[in-house]
Design a protein around this ligand. Structure first.
Ligand SMILES: C[S@@+](CC[C@H](N)C(=O)[O-])C[C@H]1O[C@@H](n2cnc3c(N)ncnc32)[C@H](O)[C@@H]1O
Length: 408
């Protein structure tokens, strides 16, 4: 049975390589500068000095992702693996076209990653494990290939926001709809007649995945698809010998950010442990589609990776602005001189109003000065602590805590 699901999944991706292949990496390359790399490095490794030469495995790389990583990290060695020969062939074409000497691709399953005989500083596995017949075995295999201080970027589907997807999957199964081009075309046309208040309707309007036939097939006709609630994700990591580090974007999961910050339940939420907060907030938000998490080996050596605003250590952190954050100055709430937004957030309550004093601190962030240096001898430390913690929680900055390790 297991073999047959794996064969169906492999066959599915031979017919419908994901994402829809592209032959142009130039605009992607232009969007990755030194600042973006620095921010990404400290998001995954806050306590390590910046490095741009980490070994990277893109597990289940599809048509494009491994080439993207090779462009984004030109000084890293990148290996992409996938079971789909077609996806590997598309990636090879990109490698040749853009002379990506730092990229190697192999037709290999995640479960057999040990056959590479290597361990990796950074493993990226997004949109893959929820399609496997034995996700636990695959995650254990990835854990086995993670270097002692390595970081895993894992993305899996989340259940509640995908309710409409699961309804339509069931509908397609009942009608015996397969994934030939004609069937996908008919399905896409039928989706246009879906009642406007169907639970899938918001996704049809907003998700880029429904704009291509590869996306429609991947969402609605996949032979194998499961999802993980927050508690299920935590157990999944635990079973594989991994520890949750952080969310790639954390503000949607935190009681201090957005509408929950002033809701009557805020005080109850902040009494919970972090994991219970995330689980409750997933239920409260109700529409999360996926979880993107950073995980480490449970036995990793760098236990000091935790960002901490108690005590005084935070003063020695160096804040680095995250790309995709913007400062907005129209339709401001009373008392605000600006509003900060991270364009990767999809929830509209996640905007952070700031005042003049906070704006002055924000403008001083240059990725070089520590918070103590930004704030100066006479600066208001309580204001600085609260504000930098807020910027961090709201995905406006990441923190280079290696500067604190050096100076403490
Ligand atoms: C939805 S696509 C995601 C592609 C890519 N990770 C991304 O985010 O763009 C899933 C990919 O996983 C691959 N895949 C499925 N089962 C796999 C397995 N057991 N080992 C390796 N790759 C697998 C598929 O061939 C497909 O390319």
């Amino acid at each position: 049975m297991e073999g047959s699901i794996a064969a169906q999944v492999a066959n599915f991706y031979e017919r419908h390589p994901y994402p829809a292949p592209i032959d142009d990496l130039e605009s992607y390359g232009r969007s990755w500068d030194a600042l973006r790399r620095r921010a990404e490095s400290h998001l995954f490794w806050p306590a390590e000095p910046y490095r741009d030469d980490r070994s990277i495995l893109v597990a289940g790389c599809g048509t494009t992702q491994a080439a993207h990583y090779a462009v984004r990290w030109p000084r890293s060695q990148v290996i992409g693996i996938d079971v789909s020969a077609k996806s590997i062939a598309f990636t090879q074409e990109l490698k040749q076209k853009y002379a990506l000497d730092n990229l190697e691709v192999r037709q290999l399953s995640v479960e057999r990653v040990a056959a590479l005989g290597e361990s990796f500083d950074h493993i990226v596995c997004t949109g893959v494990l929820h399609h496997l017949s034995d996700p636990d075995a695959a995650l254990r295999a990835l854990r086995g290939a993670l270097a002692p201080n390595g970081a895993l970027h894992l993305m899996v589907y989340a259940p509640y926001g995908r309710a409409g997807v699961y309804i339509l999957q069931d509908y397609c199964r009942r009608l015996g709809i397969g994934h030939t081009d004609a069937e996908i075309c008919d399905l896409a046309a039928s989706l246009k007649t879906l009642p406007p208040d169907h639970p899938l309707a918001p996704l049809l309007r907003s998700s880029a995945d429904f704009a291509s036939s590869a996306g429609v097939a991947d969402a609605l006709l996949h032979p194998q698809d499961r999802s993980y609630s927050v508690p299920q994700l935590m157990e999944f990591l635990e079973r594989a010998g991994l520890a949750f580090g952080r969310w790639v974007r954390q503000a949607p999961y935190l009681p201090w950010c957005g509408a929950l910050a002033s809701a009557p339940h805020h005080s109850k939420l902040i009494e919970l442990t972090a994991e219970r907060q995330y689980a409750a907030i997933e239920l409260f938000r109700g529409t999360m589609l996926r979880h993107s998490a950073v995980a480490y080996r449970k036995d990793r050596l760098a236990q000091n990776a935790v960002v901490d605003f108690d005590g005084d250590t935070w003063l020695a952190y160096t804040p680095v602005r995250l790309p995709d954050t913007i400062v907005v100055r129209d339709r401001l709430p009373p008392g605000a001189t600006a509003v900060l937004i991270n364009r990767n957030h999809t929830y509209t309550d996640l905007y952070l109003p700031i005042d003049e004093r906070q704006e002055r601190l924000l403008e001083t962030i240059d990725g070089k000065r520590t918070i103590a240096e930004i704030c100066g001898q006479s600066g208001d430390r309580t204001l600085a602590r609260d504000f930098f913690r807020q910027l961090w929680r709201w995905d406006q900055i990441v923190l280079d805590t290696a500067t604190a390790v050096v100076t403490s």
